[in-house]
Design a protein around this ligand. Sequence first.
Ligand code: PEP
Ligand code: MG
Length: 567
Amino acid sequence: MYEGVNASEGIGIGTVVVAVEPDLSFEPHAVEDVDAEKARYKAALDVFCEKTNAQAERMKVTVGENEAEIMSGHIMLAQDPGLVDGINSAIDGGMCAEQALVETSTMFENMFLSMDDEMFRLRASDIADIRTGILAELLGREVVDLSALPAGSIIVVHDLTPSMTATIDKENVAGIVTEVGGRTSHSAIIARALEIPAVLSVSNACGALHNGMTAIVDGINGHVISEPDDEMLSDYRERAEVFAEEKRALEAFRGKPTVTADGDKKVLACNIGNPDDAKTAVDHDCEAIGLFRSEFLFMDAKELPSEEEQFEAYRSVATTLKGAPVIIRTLDVGGDKEIPYMNLQKEDNPFMGYRAVRYCLDNPQEYKVQLRALLRASAFGDIKIMVPLVTCVEELRQVKALVEECKEELRTEGYKFNENIEVGIMMETAAAANIADILAEEAAFFSIGTNDLTGYTMASDRGNDKVAYLYSWYYPAVLRAIKNIIVNGVKQGIMVGMCGEAAADPLLTPLLISWGMEEFSVSAPSVLKTRKAISQWSKADADALEEKVMKLKTAEEVKAALEEAAR
Ligand code: PEP
Ligand code: MG
C-alpha cells in the first residue's frame, strides 16, 4: 500500500495507465537572426494560446466555469509582459528560443517556489505547465493526451497539470494518482470538481505502478493499493458502494433548511478565498459566507490591491449572495501566509509574531484602504467585518475606531454604506477563548477558527510531525476553549459560528449544538454532509452526550465516545 494526500473523496478501482511526459530535450544553440528567432517564439506562443483557449472552452462544458478559468489564467501568464520581455531579451543575447524559454521561465518558477505560501507554489506549477506546452510547440512534439483512455483507467502521473486535466473524459477515469501536489493544488481542485477519487504526493508512484496493473485509489484515506487480492477487492467494492450510496442520500438535503432533529434552525455557511468561490459555494447550496479569507486577494496580486479592486471583489461576493450574510475577514498576513511584496521580515516564531490584526493596526493607512472598501461594499449586501488573531479587547476597540474614522471620511465623500455594519472577532487564540466574556460585550459576533485555536491552545505546530499528535480538537483543553467561546457569546446574545475545519467534523456536531452554536461554515463540498449531521441531533440528546464527554480526561476517550454516539 502507498500513502499520499487524500485530495478528492471516493474509491476508484481500475487499471493503471502511467502517463509519460513527452521528451522535450533539445540542443541549446546560438542564434544569429534574433528577429526570426523571436518571431518563431511568438508563433509557438500564439499556437499555445489558441490551443489553451480551445481547452478552456471544452473544460467549461466538461468540468466547470471556475476550473476553465485556470486555463484562461495560463494564457494570461504566458503572455505576461515580464515573461515575454525576459524571453525576448535572452534571444537578443543570442540564445535559441527553447533555451530562452526554459531559462526565463525557470527563473520565475524558482522565485515562486522560494515563497512559503501554497498560492505561490500553485503559480510555480502553472509556469511549469506553460513551459511544457510552449516547448512542445517549439519542438513540434505532442503533450500528454488523456482524451482517449479506456474505461476504468487509473491515471498515474508525476503531476496532473490543468492542461492535462482539460482533456480528461471523466467517464473513463476511475482514479488519479500523482507524485506531487497537496489538497489545495490545482490537480486537487480539478479532481474534486470532476468528482474523481484522487491521492496525491505518492512518492515514486510512476516507478512503482505499471501499465496494466489493477489498483485501488482510496481518496477518502489517501491510500493506493496495487494488485489487491480478491478479499481486498471485494472489501473496497463494498466501500465504494457505501460511499456512492451515502453521496446519493446526501442529495436529499439539497435545498432544505438546516435544522436540528428538534427543529432548531442553524446557518450553513461556506468558507471562500475569492469571488469565484462564492458562486461555487452558492451552487453547493450554502446559506451564507462564514469566512472570506481576504488575504487571497492580496496573494494573487503583485502589489497591495487598491481600494477600488478590493471594493469590486467584496461587492461581487455580496451580490452573488443576494443579501445573505457575508463575513469578510480582514487581512491575515504573517504566520504561514507570506505576501512577498509586503517585505515582512523573517521571524524566528512567525505564529507568535507580527501577524494579522497586529500588522494591520501597525499600518493603519493600509488597513483603512481595506476597511473603506468593505464599508463601500456593504451598500450592496449584508457584509460583516471580522478581525483575525484578536488577543485582547484593546485590539477590537482600535479596529472599531478605525472603522468609525473610515465611515466619517466616506460620509464626507458622499459614499453609501451600512451605518450599522457589524464588526466581529475570529476567535482563534487561547487568549481570546479565555476572555470570551469580555470580548462578547464589544464584538458583534464570534467565529471560531479552530485551525489556529487548536494549535495555539495545544502549543502544537501542525506542520511539525513530531508534535502533530497534540494537534487535535478532541483534547479537553481545546473543547473547553470552544465551549467557553460559544457559551459566553450565546449568553451575551451575539451570533456564534465556527469557520475552522472542525465545523465540518460530524463527531463534534452534537457538542456544538449542545452549546448553542448558530453558524457552521465549511468548504463547499461539505455543505450537505454537515446539514445531515446537524439534522441527526436534538438538543436533549446533544446535551446528554455533552455531559458525558466533558467529564472525560483524554482525547482518545473523547473521540471514542463521540464515535460511538455517531454510530
Ligand atoms: C482558523 O484558524 O481556523 C481559520 C479558519 O483561519 P485560517 O485557517 O485561515 O488561519
Ligand atoms: Mg486562523
